[in-house]
Structures are given as C-alpha cells and as structure tokens.
Ligand binder design. Structure first.
Ligand code: BGC
Length: 759
C-alpha cells in the first residue's frame, strides 16, 4: 500500500469532545516511559516514541531511562558534533530519511531529536549532540533531520526548548538571558525549523528560562511558539521536566513524559475551574491528531529498511563530518607506498558517539584498523595508552615510540575517552588526557611525520601541542562507519570537506561565557549577551586556534566574481564563482557573513547569514547564489520589542571561514522605516534624527530667531553637547524657565502631528 493510499484510508481521528474528562486528561501524559497514551475503544493508538537524535535508540523497557545502553540495533549516524561540520543540509536530510525508515521498521512514531541548543560554552556536556555556536547554521542544518524523518511519515521532536546549554544543575537552573540574546542566539534555530519544516512535536527543556520552568512558560510555549511562529504540533516535556501538570497544560504543554500518574490532578483542576476545559481539550486534541498522523507509517507492518544502504549513508555522512585542520607539507593523504605506524587505542576501539539518552546500539562498527585491513593496507599498530584513567605504562610508550621510529609516517589516534563526555555532566577542562599528550611528544621525537586523528564530541585544546603534529584531522564523533570514512579520507579516496561549526579557542579562559559558567545558586547569567563564539572572538579580535567555518581540503579553491544585488524589502542576493584550481576533486563551502555599518545597538562585527557547499571535480568551476532575507540584516530591538532593520550601509562578506573573507561588498539598505514615538524622555539628538521631530525642532529654532521663543544655547560647544544628549524634559537644568517653555513647545507641536511610522 502506498503512503498516499494509506493516508486516504485513515478514518478521521476522534474529537477530544468525544472522550470523557478522564480520558482527555489521560491523553496528556504518556502510556508509559516510551509510549503515548492510547485509548483503544476510541480508536486512538498508543504508539512508541523514543530517542534520537543520531539514530534510533529503541529500548525494550517501559520505565524511565535506566537501561540507556540496551536498545535494538539501529544505524548509528554521526552525532551532531560531526554532522554539523558537513555544512550540507541535503546530506543531513538523507540521514533523516534513513532514520525515518528505521522508525517505520521498529514501529516508532516519533524520534526524539534533533537538539538544536546553542553550544554556548565548549565545556557543555551535550555539545556532542548539539549543532553549533551559531543559530543560523544550527537551524539550516538540523532542519534536514526534521524534513527527512517526516518525509517518511514519522514524527520528530525538536529539543530542548529552550536555553538548555549546560548540564550542571540542568533540572533546576534558571538561565537568565536578555530578550535580545534570546531572539538572536537561543531561539532562531527553533524558529527557522518550526517555520520551514513544522516538526510534529517539540520537547521543552528541563531548565527555567528567566525564572520560569520551560514546561510552564506560556510565553515560550504559546505566545512565541504557537502564536508568533505558527507551530501546529504538540509540545512534550523532557523526561521529568513537568513539575505541575495544571500549570503546564495551561502554558501549552500537551504531554507529560514519562507519566507521573497524576492525571487525577488534571481532572480535579477542570472540575474546580482552575483549568479551562477548552484548554485541556486543545492539548488532548493535539495528542489525538499526532497519533492519527503517525498511523499510516505505523501500519506498514513487515517493512524492512536496507541496512547496507543505511551504512553507506552513515559512511558518507562521516566523511563529510571530518575537518582537516592542519596538513603541513601535504602529509595527508598518506602516500600509498610508505610504511605506516598506527598509534592510539581509538584506532582499534573507536569513540563514535556520546553517552546518555542518545546512546545507540549500532548495526555494525568499523574501526580504522578494520577499515585499513579491508583495504589490504598493512600497518604497524601500537595501542599507546589505555582508555581508562590509569597512569601511563612505560612499556606501551616504548612500543609506540619504536613503531613510530620504524615507519615512514605515523597516524596517531587521540581523543576523549567515553567517561569524559556525556549527557548529565559538563566537562571541566578542554585538555586531552595528559598521558596521550605525553605520548604524542615522545612519538613526535621519534618521527616528525605525525598526523593526529581526533575523536571528541566537543572542542579540545589544540594550541599547546599542535606544533608536534604535522597534520591534524578533527574527527569529532563519527558514528558506526567512522573507521571506514576516516580510511577513505586518510588514503585519499575522498578529500576532506568539513568546516568547523564551533570555534576552537586558544584557551578555555578566552571564552566569553567563562565569566558566567556554569552559574551559581540556581541561576546562570548569560552576561555575554549576543557575543557567543565567533561573534565574540571576531568582534574583539581575539586570537583563536582555528576559527569558525574553517576547514581544509586536499583540493584548492578560488572565489571570484562576487556580486550582491539588493532586492525589495531589505533583501539581497549574493553570487560568487567557485573554482577548483587543483587536480584533486573536492568540496568548498562558500560562507556569507553580514557586517552592520553604524548601528544603534552594539552588534557583533559580522554574523553568518548564508552558505552553500559545492562539490567540484578537479579544474571545475560553478556559480553559487545565496539569498539574504531581511532577517539577515536585522537585530532584535528591546525598545521596539521586535526585529529592526536600520537604514544604512552593510557589508556583505563572502569567504571560506569567519576569518578568511575573499571579498566584501558594501550595500545600502532603505531600512524598515520604523521609529519610536518621541516623548519628553527623548533626547534632543533623537528629536533631531526623527523625521517629524526634526521639522518641529527646525520650527522652534526659527521661532527663536524671530524672538517668539527662547533660544537653545549654542554659544559654547559644551552646552550644545549637553543639550544633545539630554532628554528634553531636562532643558530647565541649563535654561531655567525658558527650558520648560521649549519642552512644552516641542511636546505640544508633536501632539498635533498625526503620527506615522511609529510602532
Ligand atoms: C534528555 C532528552 C531525551 C530524554 C528521553 C532526557 O534526559 O534530556 O534529550 O530525549 O531524556 O531519553
């Protein structure tokens, strides 16, 4: 039966009104820890929902999350730490389609992901599950998971809404964040995805946002999510994030997960009038509709996905997730005829995903050593160190150094052991284990031709040791096919094409959020505002180890013919030519950053607003076209309580990292024409720069010259400067009674002018 046929054959879902009050209340909590509530007699199925996000973690248990590592085999795709470096939304969508197919086979109606929280600080314990420090990139990549999964008739859960950027005290902490940072940094990835792909479900965060638990935040769940952005699906709690059923339902939370057995409280609240019956009906109806939406896919019994095809998708995704950071003398790809020492336990025991609720049981697992063996490449392997926290064994060091000394080149697999990175805890340092770095130093002395291959879910410091490595490949966490993908890159079948989705700082203490990390006494202040990641490093010209957007290739590219055409309504279109000037095939990612000219508020020096990845054979060239909408130029104004595009000049920068801009084009925009109403609290400068206000000021000055009004002091520059910055109700400070006369004149005249262009 085709999907469309299945759709047509579905009976209309029941209406909440056809259910008893008790039944409606029961729809708003789960059937068990991993199932929706079903009511068979009313034709409502209780489907399974489960993690996510980089593959399916279908557990057999019905209670809580006690058995995180026990689940049915599923393809383990690269976690977001890796996939986000692909800068390839189509690839992400392909991963999503594959995950959707696995859900159909396993009869899972909703997969719990992706998680698009911002990597505010690289110590964040779930950075490996999140996409970027940049909301534009996070939204434009992760949307592929949603559209891919949902194209298969299975739902997703965009999480964790919102401002869940750390693990420390995550169940209680209040993220104190200003409106502007919320709107520009912490919400846009959610906003973009909701508006373009309508996730079937959203998962609210554990934490509080400005003192309100996300589950009970009607501003977040109803005003912003539903009314402003037009979200049509349901919102579920994170596991255990619903602390007050009635308050949460009222705020717009449809589903408590896992169920706490408190449906009777909901029933009672409706009976007492503390919860409007219509609100419960809306929340329950969302749940009924969700089940109905999933039914066609869930009824495709006997469906089997193609395990091998999905392994190929995972391998391709892993290849594009790797970022080549350094490659002195073209050490990589390795010469086919040289002898190779492979050092590091990670080459044999790959670290391919993070710990916690996203832990997947893979359908297969390839280590780099397996992959080298499959290709018939002979390598001299020494584990070099253990993955536990035992002290370094001198014998292992000696074995590794000897292997390095015998070889033409060395591949050294370093990284963070599993226990150092997991959901539930933040890291305390960016450093790799000391014993690995000591070993690197010893190995590099024996053989300078060392390529370090890294496995880590979030940034590790590279500055202290990078001179010991001739090449560095940041492998992040690459999922089950990571070993084969690394071999494809290391041996040159494919050129690396990943770009950093996260800045690699010189030092942890350079990070702008360190002043407020991880908070204290139940709150964490987001004092850096919008200056997260490269927005800070680039605005304040701080040195970094590797900038946002950076990544090398075996191929060389040239960007040329950059032009920008301004369109209607503060929009623009960027075109550029990309040429592969080398004799190797590869891919380049053109990145567009927008830099505001003079702005009324402090704005980052530039921000990513568009990108396009292009695959070019040796010598090939193509044109890319990137559209910039009005939001690309806007900032969130707290004074206007809305987005503003100021009139003026903007720079459109086109490059291949935030610090490698090939061309800059200046464009003038008309702006949105909005202005705030003037008042007695507006300064003289504000009156003069307002179109209506300036005419009134001119009139007042003319009246002064004609002797019919007092004259503003212009005799000395100090007084003029003071007046300019003063609210007009303070003129009397400098002018006594005459000042009050002028204040009154301005306000009276202003009141008589019909207002346009205000809020
Ligand atoms: C995590 C969610 C996850 C849920 C269910 C929570 O602890 O924060 O991301 O989906 O558990 O496993």
């Amino acid at each position: 039966m085709s999907d469309r046929q299945a759709d047509k054959d579905q009976p209309n879902p029941p209406q909440a009104g056809e259910l008893t009050l008790e039944e409606r209340a029961s729809m708003t909590s789960g059937g068990d820890a991993w199932h929706l509530q079903g009511i068979r007699s009313k034709g409502i199925p209780g489907y399974m929902i489960t993690d996510g996000p980089h593959g399916l973690r279908k557990t057999a248990a019905t209670t809580g999350a006690v058995d995180l590592n026990e689940s049915v085999p599923a393809t383990c795709f690269p976690p977001a730490a890796g996939l986000s470096s692909s800068w390839n939304p189509e690839l992400v969508e392909e991963v999503g389609r594959a995950m959707g197919e696995e859900c159909i086979q396993e009869q899972v109606a909703v997969i719990l992901g992706p998680g698009v929280n911002i990597k505010r600080n690289p110590l964040g314990g779930r950075c490996f599950e999140f996409w970027s420090e940049d909301p534009f990139l996070a939204g434009h990549e992760a949307v592929g998971i949603i559209s891919g999964v949902q194209s298969r008739g299975v739902g997703t859960s965009l999480k964790h809404f919102a401002v869940n950027n750390q693990e420390t005290d995550r169940l209680r902490i209040s993220a104190r964040v200003g409106q502007r940072a919320l709107r520009e940094i912490y919400l846009p990835a959610f906003e973009y995805i909701v508006k373009t792909a309508q996730p079937w479900t959203m998962m609210c965060a554990y934490n509080q946002v400005n003192g309100v638990h996300a589950a009970q935040d009607s501003w977040l769940l109803t005003d912003v999510l539903r009314k402003e952005w037009g979200f049509k699906g349901i919102v579920m709690s994170d596991w255990g994030a619903d602390h007050d059923r009635v308050a949460s339902l009222q705020a717009g939370l449809n589903l408590e997960m896992p169920p706490s057995g408190t449906d009777d409280q909901v029933v009672q609240a409706v009976r007492d009038g503390r919860l409007e019956a219509s609100q419960l009906d809306d929340m329950a109806q969302g749940m009924i509709d969700l089940a109905a939406k999933a039914t066609p896919a869930m009824e495709r019994s006997g469906y089997r996905y193609d395990v091998d095809a999905h392994r190929e998708v995972a391998r391709q995704a892993a290849r594009e997730s790797v970022v080549l950071l350094k490659n002195d003398g073209g050490l990589l790809p390795l010469a086919k005829d040289g002898s190779i020492a492979v050092i590091g336990e990670f080459a044999r025991t790959p670290r391919y995903q993070g710990g916690g609720s996203s832990h997947i049981t893979p359908t297969a697992l390839s280590s780099f050593l397996d992959a080298a063996g499959e290709r018939g490449v002979d390598v001299d392997f020494a584990p070099g160190f253990t993955l536990d926290d035992q002290p370094q064994s001198p014998d292992m060091t000696q074995e590794a150094v000897e292997a390095a000394g015998r070889a033409d080149s060395v591949l050294m697999f370093l990284g963070l052991p599993e226990q150092e990175e997991s959901e539930g805890m933040d890291r305390t340092s960016l450093d790799l284990p000391a014993k690995q770095l000591d070993l690197l130093r010893a190995v590099a002395q024996a053989n300078p031709h060392v390529a370090v291959i890294l496995s880590n879910g979030s940034v590790v410091s590279l500055a202290p040791w990078r001179d010991k490595a001739q090449a560095i490949m940041e492998g992040w966490l690459l999922g089950q096919e990571g070993g084969r993908a690394l071999a494809d890159l290391i041996f040159g079948d494919v050129s690396p094409s990943g770009k950093l989705a996260q800045t690699i700082p010189m030092d942890l203490d350079d990070d702008p959020t360190m002043l407020n990390w991880p908070g204290e006494e139940g709150h964490v202040d987001y004092g850096e505002g919008v200056y997260v990641g490269y927005r800070y490093y680039d605005s304040f010209r701080k040195p970094v180890a590797y900038p946002f957007g950076f990544g090398m290739s075996y191929a060389d590219f040239e960007l040329s013919d950059v032009s920008v055409r301004v369109g209607e309504g503060n929009t623009a279109t960027v075109t550029a030519r990309v040429t592969n000037t080398s004799d190797v095939d590869g891919a380049e990612t053109v990145q567009v950053y927008v830099a505001p000219g003079a702005a009324k508020v402090a704005r980052p020096s530039h921000e990513l607003k568009g990108f396009a990845k292009v695959f070019l054979k040796a010598g090939e060239s193509c044109e890319v076209r990137i559209a910039l909408d009005a939001r690309a130029f806007a900032y969130w104004s707290e004074a206007y309580d809305g987005w503003r595009v100021e009139a003026g000049d903007y720079e459109v920068q086109v490059g291949v990292s935030s610090r490698d801009i090939a061309a800059t084009v200046s464009v003038g925009l008309p702006g949105d024409g909005r202005s705030l109403p003037l008042s007695e609290w507006s300064t003289m400068d504000e009156w003069r720069s307002d179109p209506v206000g300036s005419r009134i000021v001119e009139r007042m000055e003319a009246e002064g010259e004609a002797g019919r009004l007092p004259v503003l002091p212009t005799d000395n520059s100090m007084a003029t400067m003071f007046m300019a910055a003063m609210p007009i109700n303070s003129f009397s400070v400098l002018m006594g009674k005459d000042g009050s006369t002028l204040t009154r004149y301005l306000l009276d005249q202003y009141r008589q002018v019909p207002q346009t262009g205000g809020r």
